[in-house]
Design a protein around this ligand. Sequence first.
Ligand SMILES: *[C@@H]1O[C@H](CO)[C@@H](O)[C@H](O)[C@H]1NC(C)=O
Ligand SMILES: *[C@@H]1O[C@H](CO)[C@@H](O)[C@H](O)[C@H]1NC(C)=O
Ligand SMILES: *[C@@H]1O[C@H](CO)[C@@H](O)[C@H](O)[C@H]1NC(C)=O
Ligand SMILES: *[C@@H]1O[C@H](CO)[C@@H](O)[C@H](O)[C@H]1NC(C)=O
Ligand SMILES: *[C@@H]1O[C@H](CO)[C@@H](O)[C@H](O)[C@H]1NC(C)=O
Length: 505
Amino acid sequence: MRSYRRVTVQVSITLLFFFLSYQLISRYSTVVYRPIGSDHGKTNTGVSTPTAAPPAPTTDRDYPQRIVAFWDSFSKIVFSNRPKCPAPKKLNEGATTVGYNPLALENATRPHLINMSRVDVEEMKAAHTEFVSRMVDSAPKLPYRAGTRGLVTTAGGPYMPTLVVSLRMLRLTGSRLPVEVFLASHSEFEPRLCDHILPSLNARCVVLSDILEAVPEPLEIEKYQFKVFAMLFSSFEDILFFDADNMVIYKPEELFNSEPYVSTGMVTWPDFWASTASDLFYEITSQPPPPLSARASTESGQVLISKKSHATTLFLAVYYNYWGPEHYYPLLSQGAPGEGDKETFIAAAMALNAPFYSVKERVSAIGYKDLEGEWHGTAMVQYHPFDDYNLTKHNLSRLVDESVAPTPRRAFVHANFPKVNPSTILTDKAVTKYSNGTRHRMWGPREDTIEKFGKDLEKDVWEQVMYVGCDLEHEFASWRLKKGICDEIKVFWKEVLEKEERRHS
Ligand SMILES: *[C@@H]1O[C@H](CO)[C@@H](O)[C@H](O)[C@H]1NC(C)=O
Ligand SMILES: *[C@@H]1O[C@H](CO)[C@@H](O)[C@H](O)[C@H]1NC(C)=O
Ligand SMILES: *[C@@H]1O[C@H](CO)[C@@H](O)[C@H](O)[C@H]1NC(C)=O
Ligand SMILES: *[C@@H]1O[C@H](CO)[C@@H](O)[C@H](O)[C@H]1NC(C)=O
Ligand SMILES: *[C@@H]1O[C@H](CO)[C@@H](O)[C@H](O)[C@H]1NC(C)=O
């Protein structure tokens, strides 16, 4: 149940807390952070030791108050335009997924798996229409620090070790962009991590409850709704949102500086599957349903978005997420796997006719073959939006004919299952050990990896895993009771990577 709680005394205390933690973080980032003198602007040479980046701008110190004031006002518009009907009911088990193939989907019809009365559809439509017009007429201006760019993610607790691996991979690209890491509450604020380790990677912790609970009438928001709030509350004007388990392997500065971001201000990436959104969603949001062949469903492990040009897109995405679990998520996915925030970003842009570019190149899987010859996927690869956009612009489609152009550059490796957490990647799932006991790589043969990524990217990952698992073995709250993380990684390193190294030298 979402409820509308009244909190009065707590407000000023949390505000103060929030303000102090921002101050503290700014101070630390100037102390701990080591800019790299003569190395400025040089691209990475392949040496896999991450370099530091300059501190985030510390101007605009009243940003925390501005964002709280914004949320105080905007949350009322979200709450007061609730869909005043029962949650749409899903029939049966929900949608089965169909791989996205535009040619095969040419004449396909959308699944109809929602049972909703006409009265309820009209009710949701009325609330949606009212929200959109209130939002356009009277929403407060969305605060951000003008001219800033950065990455945004949500993490906390068991996700922190994986995040640090991802951040170190990000720095290997030569990127110096700041990162904001949104945590649910102060119980997730680990001082060693937030005050020292993350700042040394130009990342800082922002506590979401400091904003959500600083308003007189807080809304209850669950962890799986946090992504859009991290984007909404981020201080950056231009945002690359990335899941904590998603490794940015292409310098993101270039994604911001090139098409299609420059002209659209919003870029999304595809999932493996065709859309399973209901026709009713399009009726409720007053737009014609796009053909199923138009684009794949969304894999929201990475999203590029401009707070300047897409404030209303974010506002409407907040509406779809806040009223998501009961009303909008079922309409947008009809029970397909991964139902949640993933479709809400494009849905909002489409409903508002806002420009965006959805990358066409199919997401691909990387993985390994077991001794029985069975292939196991261990991560998803997403591609460079400029390369993809350039083909679209020339009316070339690799979805129709792969041979029209070479594979675009690879930009992200989203290792969502299993996660590259140094404490579990070698033990929980048998993704690095054959049934005969011999250890192996998780992403397939070294030569294939070099061919795909232009270098031995998996080795880079293991170097970061080694650093996090050994140098930071005692730094994470979630590892307090774990033993032997570093030893396990060293064994793997010796048995797999060192052996290969000897063979190739
Ligand atoms: C879609 O319908 C058209 C017209 O009936 C037909 O020519 C075409 O083959 C169909 N496509 C598929 C993928 O079934
Ligand atoms: C849809 O819901 C109504 C009202 O709850 C119910 O009477 C009807 O049988 C349902 N239809 C299907 C196909 O389940
Ligand atoms: C864009 O795509 C076209 C067609 O494949 C190609 O000839 C051109 O070199 C590409 N441009 C860039 C800048 O990659
Ligand atoms: C691509 O196709 C569209 C529509 O058919 C056409 O208007 C445009 O000129 C074409 N562009 C190129 C670069 O061929
Ligand atoms: C297990 O299988 C791999 C792959 O065929 C092989 O290289 C390795 O030597 C085997 N290990 C043992 C202990 O037999």
